[in-house]
Design a protein around this ligand. Sequence first.
Ligand code: AMP
Length: 116
Amino acid sequence: MAEETIFSKIIRREIPSDIVYQDDMVTAFRDIAPQAPTHILIIPNILLPTVNDVKPEHEQVLGHMIITAAKIAEQEGIAENGYRLVVNCNRHGGQEVYHIHMHLLGGKVLGPMLSH
Ligand code: AMP
């Protein structure tokens, strides 16, 4: 069994967070340390620690995460100019919280994808 993270508490609304969208499959909330004018995390309500844990049965929820990201980008007014979706995996990917999450970043020109 994977260990719960703080994100499970956010899903269950046990700790304060700025939730912008929630349904039976996903939860989306503003990142506590924003890296761009819009920085929202989209997470599955089920606990999947990393991309390495993804199985074929998770296709629907993962697809729903992208659909949700696109809807939120529209709501945030950043869809037309564009934005970046990022999913970090494990140490080399820079993952800090072991509950899969998609970063939705936008609201400015984001620059090159990787800093060296
Ligand atoms: P990652 O490095 O991809 O694992 O990203 C984890 C993200 O979670 C970071 O951008 C953090 O700022 C964010 N984060 C951590 N704790 C919270 C929290 N309680 N509420 C909102 N965002 C958080």
